[in-house]
Design a protein around this ligand. Sequence first.
Ligand code: GAP
Length: 514
Amino acid sequence: MNRVVNSMQEKQGVDAGLASKVVNLCQRRGIIFPSCEIYEAHAGFFDYGPLGVQLKRNVENNWWNAFVTSREDVAGIDGAIVSPKALWKASGHLDSFNDPLVECRKCGLRSRADHLVEDELKINVDGLSTAHLQRLIDEHKLKCPKCGGELLPVRAFNLMFKTRVGAAGGEADEAFLRPETAQLIFADYKLVQFVSRKALPFGIAQVGKAFRNEIAPRNFVFRCREFTQMEVEYFVHPAKLDDCPLLSADLLDKKMVFYSQEDQEKNAEPKTLSLREALDRKMIGTRWHAYWLAVCVDWLQSIGLTPSRLRLRQHTREELSHYSSETWDVEYEYPWGWKELMGIANRTDFDLKQHAKASGKELCYYDQAANQKVVPFVIEPSLGVDRLVFTLLLDAFHEKGEGGNARIVLSLSPKIAPVLVSVFPLMKKDGLAEKARDVFLDLKRQGFAAEYDESGSIGRRYARADEAGTPYCVTVDYDSLKDDSVTLRDRDSGKQERLAVKDLPQVLRKKALI
Ligand code: GAP
């Protein structure tokens, strides 16, 4: 087992310490692990086991509920994964969706230029251009990290996976696995707007797989080659980007840490400001963009991420994607530094205009009041589920006790924990197991994510539940047989309370806010 974990960490480039411990736990409990482990598979692909898939699904469902079901202005789609070359030519991905690649002249090792510079010089390289990276490599005479050989000049490497559709095999059959879910939303924009009868402003959301042929997948599922994205493309009238009725006083008063383009250029520190102050200082270009920044940070906190480990960093001018006029990343303080957890971009009218031009189809919106056609602007909150799941695990991971007595506790929010409640009989004998199974099956029937565990001492069962992130444990003991009561233990406080079996569902719902 250790060999597998060590080699995985080597292969995925995971830092020592907290990240290693979480990766180790994921492997040992089968939460997330490298795909196809019985073969020598490519790095950057992962499978989710029983606990992992439930955690991931809970996160997706919570997001879908917050960003789609509970809102009247967002509709959902589920687009295809394989799409024609024409789509990716028009979106700009064929020409611009590149990472900077350096290759060793001697051993042929290929590395990501920005990662190489970051690792060797221990500096933050976010936002540096290819020319800037080349300058740093030349100035510091950086060499191949494997054999010390000369490096060839930095060049662009396109990240899309190419495939062919059908048997003919001509150029017209070339297709690509989508590197972002967003483009299907733009391609479907007209139809979805029509069938959902949405007026501007409105959003189209999607949760689905994306694929990127990353040069160097690393840090476990933080950067992988196959991952799931949750994206909203929010369409706003181009003349009404500052007309945001949803920007409530609560959101405007929300304090967050902002690291603006200007402060990064001046080497100044990030600032803690309310959203209102950030808008007054003209840090954020439009009020609709400001609204989505606050909504996203709010949601990330609502599912358990520690507020002080989140900040908003604006992309520098050099760093902006080809489609964006302004992007803010929600960054998390990872063991390997502040890095992007999600991005919130102003994509302007770039995508709709590009697809209209390339397809010859009109992709606009008829503004009845003004009796004119407009091309909406788009604000896009975009988030990787796998990266978020890993972040939630890192955030929730604690060790209680010391040395040989140290126990792992995953303090996952009850809103996303894969198992909400574990049910134990104190002993297997004297009818306790039968009684505990009745309690367990009744909880299952009522839709609770419950588990039954009768093996090992009670202490071991608590420990097993704690490291799976299970918030509540129910123990059936001899008193239960007399008065139909059980003990409910809270993972985080360790407190135990006695309650009637009939009250259990109601108490659990209240505690877990579900
Ligand atoms: N539609 C915009 C877009 O795709 P992005 O910043 O390239 O923007 C959005 O990706 C989010 O997708 C990231 O913030 C991250 O959460 C996730 N993501 C991107 N590349 C990833 C990778 N290789 N592995 C895991 N998650 C990734």
